[in-house]
Ligand binder design. Structure first.
Ligand SMILES: NC(=O)c1ccc[n+]([C@@H]2O[C@H](COP(=O)([O-])OP(=O)(O)OC[C@H]3O[C@@H](n4cnc5c(N)ncnc54)[C@H](OP(=O)(O)O)[C@@H]3O)[C@@H](O)[C@H]2O)c1
Length: 310
């Protein structure tokens, strides 16, 4: 099969299209033909070596995890899926490839109304937003929720989920994405390029931090006492959280992640038209390095996807 290998840490050019052996499904696993794979920022961070101290890789490896495809065969003991079913979810073995294996626990059936490209944007985007908002922050109807990076692969789902739950959403985005974030259901949108967000967002119940660093530090100040900040990027200072009387945590997820039931819940909301998917740009597999270049800008609207088969 064709797959994108990384042989050494480096820039986008480190992604190389090469032949690779087709994986075999082990017990409890499913083999799929991959039709589309989401490009997650974590993938360029790993490729650059930014995570080498705490998440080292063995070279060569195949990048990618969030995929949608069609079941080709199942390993021993698998009864939940059968050949020719369209599915989506997460693989631990590298999904920038024509075939991939995944554990049954991290797969779900793809609704017919979702394209493969759309379904590939759910894991790592929608699943992260859902878990951070509802499992970690326990967002409730009527709460005020500040979502940073509201136009992105995670943020574009987070805005819609918080709104769907009945929360009031404040989103941050650059000028070009303000209308887009409003169209997702944010009541207030702050242009972070012209207005410090703390001038508009104060005493919020929940902050979803997708940026870390200075944005995280400044965000702690806008949470009301008793409120919650969840960062996708780094553990917030516990001393500061205590002094402010807030709960501030790095996001966590229970295993298996994302579970079949979480994937199904999200896919049903999308199929019902409650939540919509936005694709930033779609590239063919051989242009994976261009997709990483785009992801590395840190700007954009929705999820970048590699389209591998129709
Ligand atoms: N820990 C986890 O479990 C986990 C899971 C998923 C993602 N993440 C991390 O979370 C981050 C976001 O992921 P993603 O997939 O949403 O990335 P993405 O699709 O690249 O989106 C990033 C968004 O951030 C916005 N942005 C950039 N600078 C900003 C600023 N100063 N203030 C507000 N918004 C700003 C951009 O909007 P504009 O174009 O308008 O600037 C863009 O829409 C990444 O660093 C990723 O690695 C962590």
């Amino acid at each position: 099969m064709r797959a994108i290998h990384v042989h050494a840490y480096g820039g986008p050019e480190a992604l190389r299209l090469e032949e690779a052996p087709r994986p075999e499904p082990q017990a409890g696993e499913v083999l799929m033909r991959v039709h589309a794979v989401g490009v997650l920022p974590v993938e360029w961070k790993i490729r650059q070596g930014l995570f080498r101290s705490f998440q080292p890789v063995t070279f060569p490896y195949i990048s990618g995890s969030a995929f949608a495809g069609v079941v080709k065969s199942v390993g021993a003991g698998v009864t939940a899926f059968a050949p020719e079913q369209a599915v989506f979810g997460r693989s631990a073995t590298g999904a920038y490839a024509e075939y991939v294996t995944a554990a049954v626990e991290t797969l779900a059936l793809k609704p017919d109304t979702l394209s493969f490209d759309e379904a590939a944007s759910i894991s790592g985007g929608a699943t992260t937003a859902w878990t951070a908002l509802f499992d970690n922050a326990r967002v409730q109807a009527g709460q005020r929720v500040l979502i940073h990076g509201a136009a992105g692969g995670v943020g574009s789902f987070a805005v819609q989920f918080a709104r769907w739950k009945g929360a009031q959403v404040i989103g941050t985005a650059s000028t070009a994405n303000l209308e887009f974030v409003r169209s997702l259901g944010a009541e207030t949108v702050i242009d972070y390029t012209t207005v410090p967000f703390e001038q508009v967002a104060r005493d919020v119940d929940v902050v979803l931090d997708t940026l870390g660093g200075e944005t995280l530090r400044r965000s702690m100040q806008v949470v009301r006492p008793g409120g919650v900040l969840v960062s996708l990027i780094e553990p917030p200072s516990q001393e500061e959280a205590q002094a402010l009387g807030i709960r501030a945590i790095k996001n966590t997820a229970t295993q298996p992640y994302p579970s079949t039931s979480l994937l199904q819940t999200i896919a049903s909301l999308i199929a019902a038209g409650e939540i919509r998917v936005t694709l930033a740009q779609v590239f063919p597999l051989e242009e994976a390095s261009r997709a990483h270049e785009l992801s590395q800008t840190g700007h954009g609207r929705g999820r970048i996807v590699l389209h591998i088969a129709d």
